[in-house]
Structure formats: C-alpha cells, structure tokens
Design a protein around this ligand. Structure first.
Ligand code: PFF
Ligand code: NA
Length: 455
C-alpha cells in the first residue's frame, strides 16, 4: 500500500483503456498492417496475426499491465520493485532497458512516417487528391519520398508537435484527444470502408484478407505476424507497463486488456477492408506495393468521393493524432529512465530523446531514397533493419521475458492479488498460457523466423 500512495493512480476506470488504446491504435493499424498483409499474401498472414494476438499478445499484455500495476512505477523502477518483492534476481531489470532501447528506435522511424501523414493533411486540404488515379497517386507518393528536405521538415514538425504538447502537460490532453478523436477516426474509417465497398472491388478485398491457402503459410510471415502482434498492441517494451502503473485496483486487468485488444484489431481490419477493395479496383496498384500502400490507395478514394477534400484532410489529421498518442507512450520509458536514474527534468529528458530520435530518423529518411537499396545492415537498409530489430527481436523477446517472469518467478500471492477480480477459471487458463504457451511459441517462432530469414 505504501508504494501506491506515492504514485498517482488514475481516478476513473476508463482512463487506462483510453490511454492504452491511444498507445495501441496508431500507424501500426492503418499504415503498417495493410502493407505487410499485402506483402505477405493476405489471408494466411491475417490468420497467423490473429492467432498471435489471441495466444500471445493478449496474455502477455495482461502480464505487462500486471507488472506495472504491481510495481506502481515507471518500467525500470517497477521491475525493481516487483523483483525485490518476489526475491528474484535484479537481472530481470534488462526488461526495462530493452524497453527504453526499443521505444527509442521505434520513435526514430515512427516520426518519419507520421511526417508523411502530416504532409498528406496539407495535400488533402489543398484539394491535391482530386481526380487522382493509380498512376498519379503513385507518382505523388514517390515524389514525396524523393524529396529529402520535405521528409525532414515533416519529421521535424511532427516531433516538435509531440514534444510541445508534452511540455505543456500531457495527460489531460491525451485523454480528451483519445475520448473524442478516436471514435471520430473509427467513424471515418467506417465511412471509408462503406465508400470503398461501393466504388471498389469489395469482394476481392475481403477475400484477399479473409480467405487463405495453406500454401501461403510461411516461416517469415509467421515471424512478421508475431512481431506485428507485439508492435500493434504496444507490447514488450514497457509502454503498457507504464500505463498499467496508474491503473486503479478496482479495474479488472483481463477485461480491460480484452477491450483494448478488440479495439486495436478492429481498427486494423477495418483499415484493411477500406484499402484493399481500392487496391484491387485500381490499375497499377498491387497489394505488395509496400510501405506506400495506404498513401497511394486512400487519396484515390478521397479524390473521387463527395466532400473528399474535407474527409481526406480530416482523415489524415486524425491518423496523425493517433500516431501522436502512440508517440507519447514510445517516449515514456526512456523519459522515465532519464528522470529517475539521472535526475533529468522531464522537459529536458523529452527534448534529449526526441533530438536523438530525430538524428537517427534521418537514416530512415535516407532509407526511402538514396539508401533504399543499401544492404549494409544484415542485408537490409537502415529503416528495414530498425523495424526488424524492434518488431521481430526486441518486442517479442521483451514480451517473452515478461511472460516467463510472471509465469515462473513472481510469487503467487502478489500475482493472485493483482488478478483477484478474475474468476478462478480465467486465472488458471491465463496462467497456463502465460507460463507455457506464450513463451514457447515466441521462442519457436523467433528461432524459426531467424532461420527463415537468414538461412
Ligand atoms: N502500437 C502502436 C501502433 O500500432 O501504431 C505502435 C507502438 C506504440 C509500439 C507504442 C510500441 C509502443 F510502445
Ligand atoms: Na496498433
């Protein structure tokens, strides 16, 4: 109880759901999910992704939230508190350090992509989408990628916007933003879905996403699906742990986690269902077109839709804001680390991390033009390498360590106490999964994935 008094706890039950949803729903759902699904053959990938969410993502998320709430502190300190309570080795604190590193690395490229969405806000507002077809939409996107100074400007603008908002007080704004803007984004995605179904090839899009052949299942796809399950739920790096530390004891962790998981998955699937019907109905645009998929297909829709200029502007603005609420949680573990460990002021910690992320982000900018064919990093360019190291290595390993810790090393009493609102069956089913199923699956998929990628 003593620790709980020192650390603020969110009064309202819904606040954790809002903050966690704000973190989870972002570019991962609207930009990344559709394009990696397109690159990996559709339905088989979606199936593996959904299985990873259910068997690994959600159970590990319960473990991560639980660790945060038990430790009632930022990730590194929370892990210290929990390991002390359970008498386990301080070596487990690497979980916190992994998180700091992963958050920073993701931030470095996330802000570049969020810069693209900012640029598309202005293009949409100028009426730049009107009359676009497959060819011209592709040309516009390629022109943006070739324009290094524009990319850097938008990346800088996004990071400045993020840091400014943090400096002028976060939580209130974050909560309101998520409470109002997320539902708006959701509605807009549904409108888009409806319109795409009407003008696009909905049957082809839906069958691409939901029907699969066994032959399409692949090791590399499986490891990408696993990595994306962690990425999309903001899992395995302490972001969700940090938010869990503010969660009141009267909330059920399992119920809350299910809510966040369902919302995040719905947003991704709806984004896919809005994008692929257009992809299949447009000459010259293919599912495997890569990281530009959403930036090529959606402007075509807005360009032909009634009130498309308004809808398009609003849509890219909302996506930027969704990216922003995710960015806040990407910064959190590193900022907390600097303030607690090195007594940084929160503002200077944010500035320092954001500046370093900006610098590294220049490498991502270059990965979309001059360095795009570089194979310098284990055969990948810098952006692909950072994406690989975070989503396919750091997050799954961080998550697996959390599952192993909670399943095997944490004392049963604090564990039960955090989950006292769950029924016996729920608890024991979750415990079995987190103890045996999730860690083993992560390890197997991880090793097979590396084998599939490099052997
Ligand atoms: N979950 C976010 C998305 O899907 O866009 C990305 C992310 C945010 C990953 C925060 C990790 C994190 F800590
Ligand atoms: Na997500």
């Amino acid at each position: 109880m003593k620790r709980a008094q020192k650390h603020a706890i969110w009064g309202r039950r819904g606040t954790f759901i809002l903050a966690a949803t704000g973190s989870a729903v972002g570019l991962g759902n609207i930009w990344k999910f559709p394009y990696i699904t397109g690159e990996n053959g559709g339905g088989a990938f979606v199936l593996m992704y959904l299985l990873c969410i259910c068997l690994i993502g959600l159970p590990v998320m319960v473990a991560e939230v639980l660790l945060g709430r038990r430790g009632r502190a930022s990730p590194i300190t929370a892990m210290q508190a929990v390991t002390r309570e359970s008498g386990s080795s301080p070596g487990w604190n690497v979980i916190g350090l992994f998180g700091v590193l992963a958050g920073f690395l993701i931030l470095s490229y996330y802000s570049v992509i969020a810069g693209w969405t900012l640029e598309y806000v202005t293009t949409a507002a100028r009426g730049g989408f009107v009359g676009l077809d497959g060819e011209s939409a592709k040309q516009a996107f390629d022109a943006l990628l070739a324009n290094k100074s524009a990319l850097v400007q938008w990346q800088t603008a996004f990071l400045c916007m993020t840091v400014l908002v943090i400096v002028f007080g976060v939580t209130r704004g974050l909560e309101t933003a998520v409470r109002v803007l997320m539902p708006l984004l959701f509605v807009l995605l549904l409108v888009l879905l409806g319109y795409a179904a009407y003008v696009g090839d909905f049957a082809a899009g839906a069958s691409f996403l939901f029907s699969f052949k066994f032959a399409d299942l692949s090791l590399e796809g499986l490891s990408l699906a696993l990595g994306h399950a962690f990425f999309t739920l903001s899992l395995g790096m302490g972001a969700i742990m940090a938010y869990g530390s503010y969660m009141p004891h009267k909330s059920s962790i399992v119920k809350t986690v299910m809510m966040v998981g369902v919302l995040d998955t719905l947003v991704a699937l709806i984004a896919g269902l809005a994008i692929f019907p257009i992809v299949f109905a447009t000459n010259g645009v293919e599912p495997g077109d890569g990281s530009g998929l959403m930036f090529i297909s959606l402007p075509i829709v807005f360009g032909s839709m009634p009130f498309g200029t308004i809808f398009g502007t609003l849509f890219f603005l909302l996506v930027t804001l969704a990216a922003w609420s995710s960015t806040i949680s990407l910064l959190e573990p590193a900022v907390a680390y600097l303030t607690e460990r090195f007594r940084f002021h929160r503002v200077s910690a944010n500035l320092l991390i954001a500046s370093l992320a900006w610098l590294l982000g220049l490498g991502t900018v270059m990965s979309f033009n001059d360095w795009s064919d570089s194979t310098y990093f284990l055969g990948m360019n810098l952006f692909n390498f950072i994406d690989f190291i975070t989503a396919s290595v750091l997050l799954p390993l961080g998550g697996a360590l959390m599952a192993v810790y909670v399943g095997w090393f944490m004392k049963r009493r604090p564990l039960r106490r955090e989950l006292k609102l769950e029924s016996r069956e729920t608890f024991s089913r979750w415990f079995t999964i987190v103890r045996y199923v999730s860690p083993v699956l992560v390890l197997v998929v991880f090793i097979m994935g590396l084998y599939g990628k490099f052997a």
